[in-house]
Design a protein around this ligand. Structure first.
Ligand SMILES: [Zn+2]
Ligand SMILES: [Zn+2]
Length: 215
């Protein structure tokens, strides 16, 4: 499957979707919200409660075919995960951690060409987590933090990923598996706090309801 940024300069190929893959997940945590706020893409929240949708894959199954020079990396803090976007058209691409058999690919790169692709390929969003940070009322079916449903859908994938060393060959890191291919920008604490404060000010959708796709 091909994925791409909105303008098409950055393109990647996903070679394989393992049967254990968790499918579509929505995270409502304050860090994911702060990140989309920082890159000014709060239009990509899946709902008025501020959910960010990802579809995780194994690092070894992703390769870029063009545009890697467009990738920029942001960390919300010195310990934060590596959040990548394409600077040509400001498309969020993926969240990664070195050595971790997981690339959380944002929903947007999957659906630039076909907006129904995620529904048609993976079905509905399978679980929602970190609902205690949801904007306004927490959507129905979303866990406060992590719940058994989220654990059940991600644990087999992670276990197999660690056992079979699926973090190896991540295209976001050099051969040593830990040096990112672009120097990360680390957000200053004051800016992070300002973004969080601004988040609470941006207009909430008047009706907060669960994404109809959460099963
Ligand atoms: Zn682009
Ligand atoms: Zn999150």
């Amino acid at each position: 499957m091909q994925i791409r940024c909105e303008c098409g300069q950055l393109r990647a190929e996903i070679k394989h979707f393992p049967s254990e893959m968790p499918g579509r997940l929505a995270c409502y945590c304050d860090d994911c919200q702060t990140y989309l706020m920082h890159i000014k893409r709060t239009d990509l929240f899946v709902d008025g409660a501020g959910g960010t949708e990802i579809v995780p894959i194994y690092p070894c199954n992703l390769s870029f075919s063009s545009g890697t020079e467009r990738l920029t990396c942001l960390r919300l803090s010195p310990q934060g995960i590596f959040r990548w976007s394409a600077n040509c058209c400001n498309t969020p691409i993926a969240n990664v951690q070195p050595g971790f058999p997981w690339i959380g690919v944002f929903a947007r790169p999957y659906v630039v060409e076909d907006k129904h692709r995620l529904d048609n390929t993976f079905g509905p969003i399978r679980s929602g987590i970190m609902g205690k940070f949801a904007r306004g009322q927490k959507p129905e079916g979303v866990a406060d933090k992590l719940d058994f449903k989220a654990f059940r859908s991600t644990f087999p994938f992670l276990l197999k990923g660690f056992l079979l060393r699926k973090a190896k060959g991540s295209p976001f890191f050099h051969g040593d598996g830990k040096t990112p291919i672009a120097e990360p920008i680390v957000l200053k604490k004051e800016l992070r706090e300002k973004l969080r404060a601004d988040l609470s000010k941006i207009e909430r959708h008047s009706r907060v309801h669960s994404p109809s796709t959460i099963s």
